[in-house]
Design a protein around this ligand. Structure first.
Ligand code: GAL
Length: 418
């Protein structure tokens, strides 16, 4: 009897990852303060963001409100307890107050520190004597997520980052509190090779910015890493830049839609960077439509938890450094596939074109997918649903996409017709 229960449990859980701390089988969803607010954070912003999360976004699966760098007292730790202290001016009631407030609204609270001696903005950090104290403090405060950065390290840490990130992992586990552990060492020392054993996610690259060049650069770097992502453990291509205006950079609506779709396909944490307090403003409706597309979110939260792969490309003309240098023009279509539960598959067709969206050497394209090339059978018929336009068609042997603008994406779910 007991054996049967165990077998049944294993079947439900499926793949058991190396680091199963019971937190987040599928990628975490929430918000982080850094991309828009950087160091301009305070208690009021976090409370209002928790309120917005609770009333507007919780129902879509978003739940974390993560405070990034600059939250602690810059002058240092408590003299006696050696604990970190929240900045008394900007966070007068401390972090526990915010965690309790978040929990009372069904929201989770995240915090930030660093494996080195100072955070990237120069605030006190956990290295190397404080991992255990800080893990205990965060657990005592009721923190649910820790982002752990990579600034101000020394030779010893850089010689074996897995050891020091591993110490924090153990320290967090020993607290007994389930805390999502997010390593942020910018892809240095190939974290995908060691971080899956000690953490829930690891940054794969340097910082994102709201430009197409950045999105594409990060996409390319994550492309070969699909085998390292799975339940409870995710490659982290960095936080979302949908509707984040950071002059001179800002993604267009189409670029933001592509970015969001691709991050969902990549099993990335979906951490919003925009001002979610204003998500219902009329002029921001387009952004809300993107981040609340439930069918695209469902790709990210699919229970198989498999990162998308490039199935094939249609690349024509001479392209150098993402620029078309061919007088006859170029085509650059990437076809990404993500295996879903029930034998279904999501296929995203990206017209990545050049760096400049107005590059006349690329154009709007529709693309015909031979079903065989995306792993489907030639004899079956499939229902194909466009997850942005919500249109449905049937396809056999091949499927022709809608016309896709430069820097745009079309994403389809293929289900076997009954
Ligand atoms: C960087 C990190 C960013 C942000 C910043 C804060 O190292 O990659 O996401 O956390 O530090 O100073």
């Amino acid at each position: 009897m007991k054996l049967n229960i165990l077998l049944a449990a294993l079947l439900v859980v499926g793949y058991v990852s190396a680091f199963d701390n019971g937190v987040a089988r599928t990628p975490p969803m929430g918000w982080n303060s850094w991309n828009l607010f950087a160091c301009n954070i305070n208690e009021q912003l976090i409370i209002e963001t928790i309120d917005a999360m609770s009333s507007k976004l919780l129902k879509y699966g978003y739940q974390y409100v993560n405070i990034d760098d600059c939250w602690s007292r810059k002058e240092g730790r408590d003299n006696t307890t050696k604990e970190l202290i929240a900045d008394p001016i900007r966070f007068p009631r401390g972090i526990k107050y915010l965690a309790d407030y978040a929990h009372s609204k069904g929201v989770k609270l995240g915090i930030y520190s660093d494996v080195g001696f100072l955070t990237c903005a120069g605030y006190p950090a956990s290295g190397k004597d404080f991992y255990e104290i800080d893990a205990k403090t965060f657990a005592k405060w009721g923190v649910d997520y820790l982002k752990f950065d990579w600034c101000f390290t020394d030779d010893e840490i850089r010689a074996a980052p897995w050891k020091f990130y591993g110490r924090m992992s153990q320290a967090l586990n020993s607290t007994g509190r389930p805390i999502f552990y997010s390593i942020c060492n910018w892809g240095d020392f190939k974290p995908w090779e060691w971080a899956p054993k000690i953490s829930n996610s690891w940054r794969t690259t340097g910082d994102i910015n709201p430009s197409w060049a950045s999105v594409i650069d990060i996409l390319d770097k994550n492309r070969p890493l699909h085998q390292f992502s799975g339940p409870y453990t995710f490659n982290d291509p960095d936080m979302l830049e949908v509707e984040v205006d950071r002059p001179p950079n800002k993604l267009t609506v189409e670029e933001a839609r592509s970015h969001f779709t691709l991050w969902a396909m990549l099993n990335s944490p979906l951490l919003l960077g925009n001002d979610i307090r204003r998500i219902d403003d009329q002029d921001r409706k387009w952004a809300k439509d993107i981040i609340t597309n439930e069918e695209v979110i469902a790709l990210s939260q699919d229970n198989l938890v498999l990162q998308a792969k490039v199935l094939y490309e249609d690349k024509r003309g001479e392209i150098k450094d993402n620029k078309c240098v061919d007088q006859n023009g170029c085509v650059w279509i990437e076809v990404w596939g993500k295996q879903l539960v029930g034998g279904n598959i999501a296929v995203a067709v990206l017209n990545r074109a050049g760096v400049d969206v107005n590059d006349p050497k690329f154009k709007k394209e529709s693309h015909t997918i031979p079903l065989k090339s995306i792993g489907l059978s030639d004899t079956n018929e499939y229902v194909v649903r466009n997850l942005w336009t919500k249109q449905k068609t049937n396809a056999k042997q091949q499927f022709t996409t809608d016309s896709i603008d430069q820097h745009s994406i079309a994403v389809y779910k293929f289900t076997k017709a009954q």
